[in-house]
Design a protein around this ligand. Structure first.
Ligand SMILES: Nc1ncnc2c1ncn2[C@@H]1O[C@H](COP(=O)(O)OP(=O)(O)OP(=O)(O)O)[C@@H](O)[C@H]1O
Length: 573
């Protein structure tokens, strides 16, 4: 609840108006049966004037009730929508402040569910709060008091009805709460399965996994159907049970009143309003039960939102001291790094220095720590011990903006954002002109295919850049990486989908155009880094060799083995 208070305060005025209108609505609801009773008494007495006057009042009261109901809905919706919109914006902003490791801990899809589903739950409960929280107790107590006042001798009928309804509600709504919680979990499971399947649809299809996937999805979907059906059954039994109890109470009252109607003819008018009050009590109890059920769901959602808001970013950046032109030298000084939750370190006591403007290759078996090393340069993680320096400065002393402006990181499967090619490039350099984009695309060997697109740089990029081939995506990602002429460019297996000729052209263009940029190239193929000024050889997280290709091929056993294996594969041995 604490999370919600500051947001509710922003909409205080709408909240007060919603509450005031609900007060008017309750008054109108409670007073209508009373007036109806007066009208009926006047009819029985054949007092036409009283019938007319009170009849008009009844209509006015009904109209006031309708207007108050509409106003209450409008103001409640304003508060609910406002709170949800602000919460969503703040949550999104908060997620942006989290470190890469923090986001991995939550998982991206989990954060999406929190930003959508959980915020929807909160929106619904805020709406219900302003519609029902004052209304239910006032209606319940008011209807109870007025029912007693109307027919005091029937007090035991009211009490008996209330005991039965509240008893049934407690049992039924508790069970319903459990089922609702179960639906939340099941919806998440169905969502995850659908998302995983659709995102990996190529793998699913190429391994003919459709039948297995369909079975998995059907099982999760059946569980969801099952629990939703249980809620339906409960409703199916609950509602008639409530109405039967109320009707039984009404029946008993009518029977008892019928016994004495000849002695007290005014009872005929009283019984009508008494029945209305019994129905209002029923309505209040049912709505109260629903409120409690929904509130318990919303509390879980609020807890999940608070968890994100309370997460302290595991990395802090200095906010001042931005450095404009940091040179691209890279130093690792006895760096050891362990992934959060892992027992053993992934990088062990790694030390090396690369001068600005050099090209450095990183090789090693799969899982030897190449990507991890690159991520430490871009400060996506901090080392356990040791120091990573860029331009002679510890990366922990650099503002985030300086690091992002200095280091461009191109991944093998980089994400392009849906929009246009130009839009993606301008995300890195908002001022990028067309000649600048053409220059960057020329380096990445992307210009030739972009020029063939009908809209060229304004060509659309679909979700997950599905309208481009693997090689085109890589070229576009490299274009985005070089457009701002970074001091350090990391190519993490970023040319794997390029043919040998294009890869060579990219490298030559990088040499020619980005003369002062340090290029860190992680490559599976040694042929990609033959020309590197320095090659780092990693073996199970340990830096076992540093040198040029010529040095290493003569003296480094790990490098020799990788080289021999690749040569044999190329020659088809
Ligand atoms: N986010 C992570 N959390 C925990 N362990 C991780 C994480 N990312 C990588 N690892 C582990 O760290 C080790 C090194 O991974 P890394 O991706 O750096 O290797 P790599 O040399 O780049 O491999 P490849 O050539 O296959 O890309 C692997 O054992 C991997 O399982």
């Amino acid at each position: 609840m604490k999370v919600l208070v500051p947001y509710l305060k922003r909409y205080r005025k709408d909240g007060v108006l919603a509450t005031l209108s609900v007060l008017v609505l309750v008054f109108a609801t409670l007073w209508q049966p009373r007036l109806l009773q007066v009208v009926m008494e006047a009819i029985l007495k054949n007092d036409k004037h009283a019938v007319l006057v009170n009849g008009i009042w009844l209509l006015v009261l009904a109209a006031v009730g309708i207007v108050a109901g509409i106003l209450n809905t409008v103001y409640s919706a304003r508060v609910a929508l406002g709170v949800a919109t602000d919460l969503r914006a703040d949550l999104y902003a908060k997620v942006q402040t989290l470190a890469y490791a923090d986001i991995e801990k939550f998982s991206a899809s989990n954060l999406v569910v929190r930003m959508t589903n959980d915020i929807n739950q909160v929106q619904q409960i805020v709406m219900a709060f302003f519609q029902q929280v004052t209304r239910i107790p006032l209606l319940f107590l008011g209807a109870f008091a007025l029912a007693l006042a109307t027919m005091p001798e029937q007090w035991w009928v009211i009490i008996a009805m209330m005991v039965i309804i509240i008893g049934v509600s407690l049992v039924a709504f508790r069970r319903m709460g459990k089922y609702f919680a179960q639906t939340q979990t099941d919806i998440e499971k169905v969502n995850t399965l659908a998302r995983e399947n659709l995102m990996g649809i190529r793998v699913v299809k190429s391994f003919v996994q459709e039948p297995t996937e369909i079975k998995k999805f059907a099982a999760a979907s059946d569980r969801l159907t099952d629990v939703t059906a249980r809620i339906g059954y409960l409703f199916a039994v609950l509602m008639p049970a409530f109405f039967m109890t109320a009707n039984l109470a009404i029946g008993v009252s009518v029977f008892l009143v019928g016994q004495s109607i000849t002695v007290h003819p005014t009872y005929l008018a009283a019984i009508t309003s008494f029945i209305s009050y019994l129905n209002q009590i029923l309505f209040a109890v049912i709505n109260g039960g629903f409120m409690l059920t929904f509130a318990s769901r919303a509390l879980v959602s609020l807890g999940r939102l608070r968890e994100v808001f309370d997460t302290k970013p595991s990395m802090a950046y200095p906010t001042t001291g931005e450095v404009a032109d940091l040179p691209g030298d890279i130093t690792f000084d006895h760096v050891t790094f362990t992934y959060p939750g892992d027992a053993a370190p992934t990088l062990k006591d790694v030390s090396f220095t690369v001068k600005a403007g050099q090209m450095v290759g990183i090789v090693g078996a799969t899982g030897s720590g190449k990507t991890t090393l690159a991520q430490l340069i871009a400060r996506l993680y901090d080392p356990d011990t040791g120091t990573v320096r860029i331009g002679g400065v510890d990366v922990r002393d650099l503002p985030e903006k300086t690091i992002r402006n200095t280091v461009a990181y191109v991944l093998q499967r980089s994400t392009l954002f849906s929009g246009t090619i130009a839009g993606n490039l301008k995300q890195v350099q908002p001022s990028a002109t067309l000649p600048r984009m053409q220059w960057a695309a020329g380096i990445a060997q992307a210009a030739e295919f972009i020029d063939l697109l009908p809209d060229a740089y304004d060509a659309p990029v679909e979700e997950r850049s599905a309208n481009f081939s693997g090689g085109q995506k890589q070229r576009l990602s490299i274009t985005r990486g070089v457009i701002a002429d970074p001091e350090i460019l990391i190519l993490d297996d970023a040319t794997s989908a390029l043919d040998a000729r294009s890869e060579k052209l990219v490298q030559e263009a990088l040499d020619r155009e980005l003369t002062s940029t340090t290029v860190v190239c992680i490559a599976e193929k040694i042929s990609s880094i033959l020309r590197a000024d320095e090659i780092l050889v990693l073996d199970d997280g340990v830096l076992v060799g540093v040198g040029t290709h010529h040095d290493l091929v003569r003296s480094n056993p790990v490098y020799q083995e990788i080289y021999a294996t690749q040569k044999a594969r190329e020659e088809g041995i």
